[in-house]
Design a protein around this ligand. Structure first.
Ligand SMILES: [Fe+2]
Length: 274
């Protein structure tokens, strides 16, 4: 029997990726929409949201820290604080990362922790990414790779995500990929990454209240069908809770590369005789 999404609606979930700030990027278009998003999230069992406007993506103006904090306060007040909202950003891979890393008032870390939500272009993996991941870690920042399952290169060559995680990055899967909102390829890729134990967070990446909504419970239930309730719960509760408190991420399963590459364990004669 499929796992029910109701079991996740206990108001303990933390969403580390949400475009909830009004008129900031391609997310919420108004204060009213932000308030509706807060209410939808609270009704789904989300207690805390990290506001992650796009940063350095070459499309939207990167908001400064004061603007982010001011808009958070506006939304909190208008929504009667039905969820908590913390500052953050979704940082496009760019040289600005290193300039910001030097800044003690940096906006690129999630809730002032050592974790940064890092976004790649959808069609490519930046060249020499292993070196860059090393440099980011050396700058005292731990990258959490946003929605790797939606990246074309990772869909084609899933080993890439295993290598990045081996080098010290973490992976955040979009709830919409798990619920098939983005089509078959991100769904299959998300399933492989999660079944291989290479996912650490599921987040909404919500942009609006009527589409790409701030809900996690349905995706968590599907993930629980794939890998069991404990691991699914850790991706929406314990791991994101540790992240916002700048703690070590508690659930980091040993990777199963066969699952990632879609290989079934072969039965050998040796296996038969054991
Ligand atoms: Fe996003």
């Amino acid at each position: 029997m499929p796992v029910s999404s109701e079991i996740f609606k206990s108001s303990k979930m933390v969403d580390i990726h949400c475009h909830i700030l009004p008129e900031t990027d391609d997310g919420s278009e108004s204060l009213e929409e932000s308030v509706s998003m807060c209410r939808s999230a609270a009704a789904d069992g989300i207690k805390t949201i990290v506001a992650t406007p796009h940063m350095f993506d070459g499309v939207h103006e990167t908001p400064d820290k004061d603007t982010i904090n001011r808009k958070i306060e506006m939304v909190l007040e208008a929504s009667d604080r039905c969820v908590d909202i913390l500052p953050g950003g979704e940082v496009r891979y760019s040289y600005e990362i290193f300039q910001e890393a030097e800044n003690p008032h940096t906006r690129i870390k999630l809730n002032g922790s050592s974790y940064m939500l890092l976004e790649f272009p959808f069609q490519a993996i930046p060249p020499n990414i292993e070196v860059t991941i090393f440099q980011i870690l050396n700058a005292g920042i731990t990258p959490v790779i946003a929605h790797p399952e939606r990246n074309l290169k990772i869909q084609q060559h899933p080993r890439i995500i295993a290598e990045l995680i081996e080098r010290g990055a973490f992976a955040q899967i979009d709830a919409g990929s798990i619920t098939k909102s983005f089509g078959q390829e991100p769904y299959l890729s998300a399933k492989k990454i999660i079944e291989a134990g290479l996912a650490h967070f599921i987040a909404t990446d919500a942009h609006h209240n009527d589409r790409r909504r701030p809900v996690l419970s349905s995706a968590a239930a599907i993930a629980a069908d794939w890998v069991g309730e404990d691991y699914a719960r850790s991706m929406v509760e314990e791991n994101p809770e540790a992240l916002i408190n700048d703690q070590v991420i508690p659930c980091q399963p040993d990777p199963d590369i066969d699952a990632l590459l879609g290989r079934r364990a072969k039965k050998s004669w040796f296996t038969f005789w054991r």
